[in-house]
Design a protein around this ligand. Structure first.
Ligand SMILES: NC(=O)C1=CN([C@@H]2O[C@H](COP(=O)(O)OP(=O)(O)OC[C@H]3O[C@@H](n4cnc5c(N)ncnc54)[C@H](OP(=O)(O)O)[C@@H]3O)[C@@H](O)[C@H]2O)[C@@H](O)CC1
Ligand SMILES: [K+]
Length: 508
């Protein structure tokens, strides 16, 4: 698990380092710049010529320290000051003054032509972005804007602390924004570096020390966490030797309609391939009849249109339900959804058309605190009264708002965000291979499986998303990212689980 902190918390930690540990700010900057310069050399061992683009704040200050250490090692740094030099103050100014005493070239971008700047960029082995850090606000302006625009298309940029032009708290990307091959971030990872769309601008992330122990200056609860394989291993349900199928959970999947017959079957497949004990597909007569040949391992419950309550006969045996895959948007779908939401007494996952009905029927629905909703950006936008573009540009914010209304939300898309108001988890496994029809249905079954085994909402959602993403990734490595069928993702899940359990064994 990688802990993530917003810029305000990081700035408080910096102040605490200065206050509690009595480490002067200039020493923190020295440590940050020295460590960052070493890190750049580890990433680019052959590089000799470094172009350091420095903004007016302390992010620029880190750049002057880096330039000094490159020069000490006999390398060739050049510093370009972007923006008015009279704005530079404090620790950054002091480091600039030191640098001025050395022979390192320092130039002011405002006095340079585009050709001069771009030819320096082209001649450098590595361009280092020290334009804006955690003190940046909104889209880059003035000279900094001009310089970022000139960086467009370059593939040798390393950003210091954050790529200039992202919002380090929300993961929003402003225009223009630096796109880096690597980001060297100080003290701890910032939330915006893990959240899409900004995560795509950061490249490989390296965390460097500023000379104080992070756990001494950072709060014990991070603002969010990035899930890793070790978290999936730690969350896997236990498998005792005398396990029976009931111990693997009993999941009811409610969905399917005339035009969407496959969705509940894919959800059931996702559940069975994730190790669910019993899966009951409650659907139309046709789906149940045809479903038996697709998935004979499932139990089928043909629904009575006139009596949705009939489904509740599974309340005794069932331990969780998924409602929504292909459910349909006619009155039958509405009454089924309302019945399950208001009367099903076990944890519930709402997906697909279930999310449509959630929005339509919200004033008729009881308050529940055992529900996971799994919208994609379009569905999230509808629930929030925003556009899909708004949601895509600020995924952390959208997930938090949805969690406030519904308790636990899985905002799908690359860099899935899971939010329960008090906790935020980001999962980066999986890529474009997962954006295929039926992939979300599979995911609902995977998460449903863990819910059915009494794993908490947050852990079920995180484990389900991680496994689904990893299955996609394994598949993409062998077959590429195009033409994957959703059922192939499900078929890959046992290998993911197997590899996690193998690693679990070696840990003990
Ligand atoms: N604190 C510490 O102990 C340590 C901090 N460290 C380093 O300091 C960094 C934070 O430094 P910081 O606070 O000086 O902010 P930073 O991002 O460099 O720039 C602020 C300047 O940019 C300007 N500006 C803002 N937005 C803008 C925009 N959109 N477009 C154009 N200009 C804009 C803003 O102008 P103003 O708003 O004041 O007019 C101001 O002049 C941090 O990321 C890390 O690298 C490390 O050394 C470890 C120790
Ligand atoms: K930067």
């Amino acid at each position: 698990m990688i802990d993530l902190y917003d810029p305000t918390t990081i700035r408080e930690a910096d102040s605490m380092a200065i206050g509690k540990f009595k480490v002067p700010g200039i020493v923190l900057m020295e440590n940050a710049g020295l460590e960052a310069s070493l890190c750049v050399q580890r990433l680019f061992p052959q590089a000799e010529r470094f172009l350091i683009l420095a903004g007016p704040g302390n992010n620029g200050g880190d750049g002057y320290v880096m330039a000094r250490h490159f020069a000490i090692r006999g390398l060739l740094p050049i510093v370009l000051l972007a923006g008015a030099p009279e704005k530079i103050k404090g620790d950054a100014l002091q480091n600039l003054e030191i640098l001025k005493e050395m022979s390192t070239p320092i130039r002011i971008t405002e006095e340079m032509t585009v050709e001069e700047i771009t030819s320096l960029m082209s001649e450098s082995h590595v361009v280092i972005d020290c334009l804006l850090g955690t003190g940046s606000k909104g889209s880059p302006q003035g000279e900094i804007r001009r310089i970022i625009e000139l960086l467009e298309g370059r593939n040798n940029i390393v950003s210091i602390d954050i790529p200039s032009g992202i919002n380090a708290e929300t993961g929003e990307v402003y225009s223009p924004c630096v796109a880096s091959v690597a980001t060297i971030t100080m003290l701890a990872m910032k939330t915006g570096l893990a959240a899409m769309p900004a995560a795509a601008k950061a490249g490989k992330i390296e965390i460097v020390s500023i000379g104080v122990p992070p756990h001494e200056v950072l709060p014990s609860l991070p603002c969010a966490t990035l899930w890793e394989e070790e978290d999936a291993i730690a969350t896997l349900p236990e498998r005792k030797l005398d396990l029976h199928k009931g111990g693997r959970g009993t999941l009811l999947v409610v969905g399917g309609s005339e035009h969407y017959r496959g969705a509940p079957l894919l959800s059931a497949l996702g559940a069975l391939k994730s190790g669910c004990g019993v899966v009951i597909v409650a659907s139309t007569d046709d789906v149940c009849r045809e479903g038996i040949s697709f998935l004979p391992e499932a139990v089928f419950h043909p629904m009575k249109r006139e009596n949705p309550q009939d489904l509740l006969c599974w309340s005794e045996r069932g331990t969780a339900a998924v409602v929504g895959p292909g459910l349909g948007r006619d009155s039958h779908g509405a009454s089924l959804f309302e019945c399950i939401w208001n009367e099903w007494r076990h944890p519930l996952l709402v997906d697909g058309d279930g999310i449509f009905w959630l929005n339509e029927l919200k004033s008729y629905l009881k308050k529940r605190n055992d529900v996971i909703i799994t919208p994609h950006e379009g569905e999230a936008a509808r629930l929030l009264g925003l556009t899909a573009k708004d949601v895509a540009s600020s995924r952390l914010y959208a997930a938090k708002e949805l969690a406030r209304q519904w308790g636990c939300v899985v905002l799908k898309g690359h860099g899935t965000v899971i939010d329960t108001i008090s906790r935020t988890v980001i999962i980066r496994e999986g890529g474009p291979e997962l954006s295929v029809p039926g992939s979300g249905d599979i995911l609902s079954g995977v998460i449903g499986t863990f819910l059915a085994q009494q794993i908490s909402l947050l852990d079920s959602a995180s484990l389900g998303v991680w496994i689904h993403g990893k299955a996609g990734q394994f598949l993409a490595e062998r077959k590429g990212i195009d033409g994957i069928l959703a059922r192939e993702i499900a078929m890959g899940i046992p290998s993911v689980l197997c590899s996690l359990r193998e690693k679990e064994k070696t840990k003990h």
